[in-house]
Design a protein around this ligand. Structure first.
Ligand SMILES: Nc1ncnc2c1ncn2[C@@H]1O[C@H](COP(=O)(O)OP(=O)(O)OP(=O)(O)O)[C@@H](O)[C@H]1O
Ligand SMILES: [Mg+2]
Length: 311
């Protein structure tokens, strides 16, 4: 991978929450991955595995407990200088699961979409600001006249389009989409995901697509990271992960997806996985390469056992 194509590098990220003197939640426990410009990286894993925490650490809602994060060539895990902060606040954007809750009901769409521009004083004139917002609304499939309306006048799918417009107006390099379509009707989910793909083709923006819906992740992601108990247990190209998953947790996760074909659905066996029953201690494993770009967290013995079975 050429260095200039690298957008985000996360190395050994830990995010701990100290609950009291004796108890600390290790929400993210030593996670490393990279995102290349213009790609979609899917982060999957069950509820509580640490997906949202990673997203929030990246945009610095939290100060990472340890580890390094580099974005656009600048370190963003330590204290942030003024320029780095501005770069981070403009070039990395987030869209949330609940578009209704993240849009101020008392503000018009024009002001909601222009908020980032206003905060960072990116538009010299009122006319330029309006034109910018109209252009962005169009690119997410909304009309000029929508700019004068309030959030409650929109459907769920349209609200999420407003959320995407708010991110897009900053001309970001990375959009973190945390369960951004999970709350929408299934028929609307496809529309919004296709809109995101379309925007990516036009602007070259990269996505960190966080979801527990594996079929959607498979559809949208170039690469996938599988998270469990705050650790990335497997990462690789989407096709490769779906074709030859190595880690027992990944295999269990994939075995839970219903197949569209009734014939193969009948033969599907949902695997059970319990980390303790399986006798796996993630802290003993290291990242081992299955093939170029396909890594699994395993001890030497586990790696041998798991790859013998699959390859
Ligand atoms: N601010 C916080 N303070 C304390 N614990 C937290 C905090 N945020 C998250 N956690 C804990 O960290 C773990 C990971 O939570 P996180 O929200 O990242 O999971 P998730 O993978 O996004 O789950 P979901 O699929 O349900 O959204 C959970 O055990 C959660 O309870
Ligand atoms: Mg979450």
């Amino acid at each position: 991978m050429a260095e200039r194509d690298l957008l985000l590098r996360v190395s050994g990220l830990k995010q701990y929450f100290k609950i009291n003197r004796r108890y600390t939640i290790k929400a993210v426990d030593g996670v490393s991955f990279e995102i290349v410009r213009g790609e979609t990286y899917g982060l999957v894993g069950e509820s509580g595995s640490g997906k949202s925490t990673i997203g929030r650490s990246l945009i610095r809602l939290y100060k990472p407990t340890s580890g390094e994060i580099e974005f656009n060539g600048s370190p963003i895990s330590g204290p942030l200088g003024r320029d780095t902060k501005k770069m981070l606040r403009t070039k990395m954007q987030m869209i949330f699961q609940d578009p209704a809750a993240s849009l101020n009901p008392r503000r018009k769409v024009m002001d909601l979409v222009a908020e980032g521009l206003d905060i960072h004083r990116l538009c010299p004139t009122a006319a330029a600001r309006e034109e910018k917002v109209y252009g962005i609304l169009q690119s997410v499939g909304l009309a000029r006249e929508h700019a004068q309306r309030y959030p409650h006048q929109f459907s769920g799918g349209q609200k999420q389009r407003i959320g995407i417009a708010r991110a897009l107006v900053m001309n970001p390099d990375l959009i973190i989409a945390d369960e951004a379509i999970s709350a929408l009707d299934v028929s609307i989910q496809a529309q919004v995901v296709n809109l995101m793909k379309d925007i990516q083709r036009k602007t070259g923006v990269a996505f960190l697509f966080i979801s527990h819906d594996l079929s959607m992740v498979k559809y949208i992601s170039d690469r996938i990271g599988v998270l469990h108990l705050g650790r990335l247990v497997e990462t690789g190209d989407t096709q490769e992960i779906f074709k030859s998953p190595i880690h027992p947790y990944t295999r269990a996760l994939l075995s839970a997806i219903p197949r569209p074909n009734p014939q193969t659905e009948r033969d599907r066996v949902a695997l059970r996985y319990d980390v303790h029953e399986a006798g796996i201690d993630y802290s003993h494993g290291v990242r081992r390469a299955v093939s170029p770009g396909h890594d699994v967290l395993a001890t030497e013995e586990e790696f041998r056992r798991w790859t013998e079975r699959v390859l």
